[in-house]
Design a protein around this ligand. Sequence first.
Ligand code: PLP
Length: 376
Amino acid sequence: MIYLDNSATTQLDAAVLEEMLPWLRQEYGNASSIYEMGRRARVAVERARTEIAGLIGAHPAEITFTSGGTESNNSVLKSVLSESGLADRLCVSAIEHHAVLHPADQLREQGIHVEVLPVSQHGVPLEHALHAFASSRTLFSIMHANNETGSVQPLAAVRNAIGTSLLHSDAVQTLGKIPINVGELGVDFMSFSAHKLHGPKGIGAMFIRKGIDFKAHQQGGGQERNRRAGTEPVALIVGFAAAVRMAVHNMETHATHMQACIDRARTRILAGIADVRVNTPSENALPNVLNVSFRDANRLDGEAILQAMDMAGVAVSNGSACTSGSLQPSHVLQAIGLSVDEAKAAVRISVSKYTTFEEIDTACTLLSGVVRDMRV
Ligand code: PLP
């Protein structure tokens, strides 16, 4: 199988697994236990926290481990607007992941003022909308990079536009792929997930800027400095830190390779298929994503394209949610101006450090054939 859906999840790096194994086998102590086995687990957890913090310009106390991006997004939004009472209004961009949009819907149902901000054709929130809602009692949630198109948001400019408002950013797709320095970006909160960068599933983190009085969204034990109850999954945390270390240390090499794969795919698709619309911006985009759709999409069955690729042995996606077995037209692509048909007939290719040029060539040839067959 040719796996070109690395924005959905990635292959666990063998070296990451190696670092995790002792914590799954003999070192099974609870990091909250006071005897030696527990203390060893605690040291491993804190070492991982310090390492991850150092790689994003944060202080270790600003990192709270969670089960992943979904939980981090939910916890930040719900805690800031509810438990912590730090804001009364939530502004989210129209292209956020459902792990931001759905908690925002729930908060709206509970009476919180929620605004969905329009974006430009490149997926960037419009500046006048940012200005309009800026206030010290507003939380903005603006993702660092979009999971469907790969567009990267100018967070430092967003910070300038929103003044003293609070800023959360979903960085699930950017960690390890483009540099992150929480101070330079001006964020108060950030969400991360390990399984998008060759780490294990079920582990992630939230960055919470020092000095913010953050009250836990879920109650239980006092783990994670009372910010996230639940026994720390030591092996997953160790694997998360290993994955971030390997990704950040090799970022330039991997980004160059992934960008070469994406450039090759773009060239081949544009040469082999007529009437293609490229939905990934040519600048300010992740190095590993290419999203395309078709101008005559009303004549093509978007779902059938993905199924035909699957039958040919290529895993690609359109990046949007699959509900009840049928693809929903992407809210992201519609927000940047595509029709429902074009949004349904999108194909997202997302590569990793493991992707080869041969795989790209085979996948592009197959995609040309699939689209050609559907057009006759
Ligand atoms: N945010 C973005 C932008 C994502 O792409 C994803 C995963 O698809 C998530 C959040 C959810 O992350 P997790 O799978 O770790 O819950």
